[in-house]
Design a binder for this molecule. Structure first.
Ligand code: ATP
Ligand code: MG
Length: 171
């Protein structure tokens, strides 16, 4: 399939339910320092990457980091579920504030992929109903996501597409 092009100095949002493979994908395609992860931010502000009560502070930190990187002209990949429109909107606005382009890479995989992967995970404490809700939010997002201000919305529809994806940085 066609390579995924991303703006070299812009913002990239990974979008997908927990277990859809965002962090794995990010590790495979981007430098560690290019990835700003909501889990890492949660860990930094709460000593616990699963502490949902720390979400507001974690996203404060995430936005702060992303803003600084964009101001400095660095490609930045947000590794968070981003399944809620409001979560995407605040990051799209941040990109606009810094006059950079923003792309989305959406993990619109079959429902059972995320549920099954999370079932065998040791680093996640929540149950399948959380994944099901996120998948539902993602599905609901798909219709309008192209009009949310992204330059491009790249959609990965199955595991083969996600595993076979190639990333090209534009100039
Ligand atoms: P979260 O939102 O909870 O952080 P995530 O989308 O970042 O989830 P990952 O941590 O990348 O998901 O992957 C979840 C689990 O699925 C991990 O155990 C990982 O090893 C496995 N996994 C991820 N991508 C693949 C893949 N392409 N093929 C097989 N297994 C995968
Ligand atoms: Mg992750």
């Amino acid at each position: 399939s066609a390579p995924i092009t991303v703006p070299a100095r812009g913002l990239v949002l990974l979008v997908g339910a927990s277990g859809s493979g965002k962090s794995t994908f990010a590790r495979n395609h981007f430098r560690p320092t290019e990835i700003v992860s909501s889990d890492v931010c949660r860990g930094l502000v709460a000593d616990d990457e699963n502490d949902q009560a720390a979400t507001a502070d974690a996203f404060d930190l995430l936005h702060h980091l992303v803003g600084i990187r964009l101001r400095r002209g660095l490609l930045t990949v947000v590794d968070a579920t981003n399944v809620q429109r409001a979560a995407r909107a605040s990051l799209v606005a941040l990109a606009r504030d810094h006059d950079v382009l923003v792309d989305a890479i959406v993990f619109d995989l079959p429902d059972e992929v995320a549920v099954e992967r999370n079932r065998i995970r040791a680093d996640r404490t929540f149950g399948p109903q959380v994944i099901t809700r996120q998948v539902r939010e993602l599905r609901r997002s798909m219709k309008g996501i192209k009009k949310e201000g992204f330059r491009r919305v790249h959609v990965l529809r199955d595991v083969a597409q996600a595993d076979g994806a190639a990333i090209i940085r534009e100039k």
